[in-house]
Design a protein around this ligand. Structure first.
Ligand SMILES: NC(=O)C1=CN([C@@H]2O[C@H](COP(=O)(O)OP(=O)(O)OC[C@H]3O[C@@H](n4cnc5c(N)ncnc54)[C@H](O)[C@@H]3O)[C@@H](O)[C@H]2O)C=CC1
Ligand SMILES: CC(=O)C(=O)O
Ligand SMILES: [Mg+2]
Length: 559
């Protein structure tokens, strides 16, 4: 390394603070810049945790951790790794939503790459300034149109997704870049805010938007052909469309569509293990058919086909999708959005069912008629699963599976404690953000599984990256979901949660990465010439750990 003095201390990749040993302090001109005592990483974590505890609200803790990340990556990741379950909700949902909503006001220092529409002409230069000479394996890109359930946040960048790749998936943070595509915002509050740091114009849409995104994707393909391109929190009109557009060109992955679909499939597989039924026996109701809802519907349908060997058209019959205009049925015509049409129900099936004044069939009526065994919410409509709806569902099903997946926690379709009461403790549940356990009438505690894509995407992504997969296939995703489901505590004891605990997310995602990599090798999408038998060791060896590495002065090294 050729850096010296303050340049090292202000570089979060290299900074060790008081952790620099004396030999390195002398070699890099740090002796006079640091107090005498050399601390171990343990001691530094201890001190940082004590400081963190003095912050009294989640958002203050989030800001503290962001500041730590700006200073010292090893310390940041090491601290969170030691308190993973406690601190993930601080750096991720639900707190990160608030942090992003206040991004411009909390702003201290930029992180990641900003590609802004009015600077389109210099995009390649801006891109290379940050990536040149680096071995980038992962781009996490967002245009922030649908951030973590709180809508359009303009330039609010989702860096937490990249941090979780490192914490849970073991990806070296120097090999990952978060990218904000700033194409403006339709959020009036941001546009009116003098402190807003993004480009204060209405969102660019249509051909201009597509050209801008394409320019970025082509840069990734040109300079990093073996990287994984992870799309996060794009709006519903772009998420699936962009995924389909680039699916055959590069290893692309949309977390809200595919990651959410995969984790939901794992939770459902776990639940059918508890109820000793088959996926193909279920009646699925999905409330909120946007990026996540439709991603889940497709993934579950593909799961029914692959796992239970049912034809695609038979599998589809078990799905009932609702959106703003109630049940998606054929006569909704122009109100059926792209991607919803394949799940539209024939009108004849609904003859005689009460509708509102516009001929729309509401949630309660659908529940009454269909008697769903599984009800999933991805609508951001807080409280949509009312007492009447939940009680009606539970009348017909012994162990109803209720998954209010909307984030953040204040937007859940039903609070788990209420669903638990209304079903006399019979409901199997999983939520998108963490919730406290419920008490069942028999006195037992029921732990609510966290069904968040973060429980699976780091492993899915790592498995694809490490094998230099040319494309991320549906079968790779299903392999990851099956491995996750196989680790579900509920399969050992039906009273246990439907998914592994977040504290175990690193172990779980290691297994997922192995399953995905093995599948990539099996099906020939892998770009590396590995045998399946060596995957486990390869994944283990490639995982980055937050520990201090020894530095040696090298005038030709990193600057
Ligand atoms: N648990 C997890 O891993 C994930 C959770 N989510 C959460 O799911 C929610 C939706 O996210 P996206 O699908 O990305 O957003 P989206 O905007 O693409 O989809 C939301 C859908 O809900 C519909 N909707 C809105 N109000 C409704 C109402 N009153 N009744 C019925 N439908 C209604 C919208 O028309 C839209 O189709 C967010 O809260 C997000 O945070 C998203 C991705 C992953
Ligand atoms: C979890 C996630 O990706 C979301 O809420 O958008
Ligand atoms: Mg998301």
């Amino acid at each position: 390394m050729a850096l010296r003095g303050d340049t090292i201390l202000t570089h979060p990749t290299y900074n060790k603070g008081t952790g620099f040993p004396l030999s390195e302090r002398k070699e890099f001109g740090l002796t006079g810049r640091l107090p005498y005592r050399v601390n171990t990483l343990d001691e530094q974590c201890h001190r940082a945790y004590d400081q963190l505890k003095t912050r009294d609200t989640p958002i203050r803790k989030n800001t503290f951790l962001q500041s730590l990340k700006d200073q010292n990556w090893v310390l940041y990741y090491s601290l969170i790794q030691r308190h993973l379950k406690e601190l993930i909700p601080i750096i991720y949902t639900p707190t990160q939503g608030d942090a992003i909503a206040n991004y411009s006001h909390l702003f201290r220092r930029s992180e990641g790459m900003f590609l802004t529409y009015p600077h389109e002409d210099s995009m390649e230069q801006d891109f290379l300034e940050q990536t040149r000479g680096r071995d980038i394996q992962l781009f996490v890109v967002s245009d922030a149109e649908a951030i973590l359930g709180i809508g359009d946040q303009g330039v609010g960048i989702a860096t937490a997704k990249s941090a979780i790749y490192t914490l849970v998936g073991g990806i070296n943070p120097t090999k990952a870049v978060s990218v904000a595509l700033d194409v403006g915002t339709d959020n009036e509050e941001l546009l009116k805010d003098d402190l807003y740091v993004g480009w204060p114009q209405k969102r660019v849409r249509g051909a201009d938007y597509d050209r801008f995104v394409d320019k970025f994707v082509q840069l990734v393909r040109k300079h990093y052909p073996h990287s994984l391109l992870h799309f996060e929190d794009f709006g519903v009109s772009n998420a699936k469309r962009l995924l389909d557009l680039y699916h055959d060109q590069h290893a692309v992955f949309n977390d809200d569509v595919q990651g959410t679909g995969a984790v939901a499939l794992a939770a459902v597989m776990s639940a059918v293990g508890v109820t000793k039924t088959r996926l193909a026996d279920q009646r699925f109701l999905i409330y909120g058919a946007g990026s996540a809802g439709l991603g889940i519907a497709r993934q579950l349908r593909d799961g029914v086909v692959k796992i239970d060997g049912v034809s695609a058209s038979d599998a589809k019959r078990g799905f009932y999708i609702l959106d703003r205009h109630g049940l998606v049925k054929e006569s909704l015509g122009q109100f059926i959005r792209a991607g919803q049409e394949e799940f539209a129900r024939p009108d004849a099936e609904w003859a005689g069912v009460p509708t509102d004044g516009n001929g729309e069939v509401g949630l309660l009526e659908v529940v009454k008629k269909v008697k769903p065994t599984i009800m999933i919410g991805c609508s951001t409509k807080a409280g949509a699963f009312t007492e009447e709806v939940v009680r009606e569902m539970a009348k017909h099903v012994e162990r109803p599976l209720i998954m209010p997946l909307s984030n953040p926690d204040r937007l859940v379709e039903v609070k788990p404690s209420l669903a638990n009461d209304w079903t006399e403790g019979r409901a199997l549940m999983a939520t998108g953000s963490p919730f406290p356990p419920c008490r069942q009438p028999n006195g037992k505690e029921y732990i609510i599984a966290e069904c968040n894509n973060a429980l699976i995407y780091p492993g899915l992504g790592f498995g694809a990256m490490i094998t230099e997969a040319r494309t991320v296939t549906d079968t790779m995703i299903i392999a990851g979901a099956q491995r996750l489901a196989s680790l579900a505590p509920a399969l050992r004891d039906p009273d246990l949660p439907l998914l592994p605990d977040f504290a175990d997310a690193p172990m779980v995602n290691f297994e997922i990465a192995v399953a995905v990599a093995e599948q990539a090798i099996d099906e020939g999408t892998a770009g590396v010439p590995w045998k399946k038998g060596e995957v486990r060791e390869r994944v283990k060896a490639a995982q980055w750990q937050p520990v201090y590495r020894d530095f040696v002065y090298d005038p030709n090294g990193a600057r």
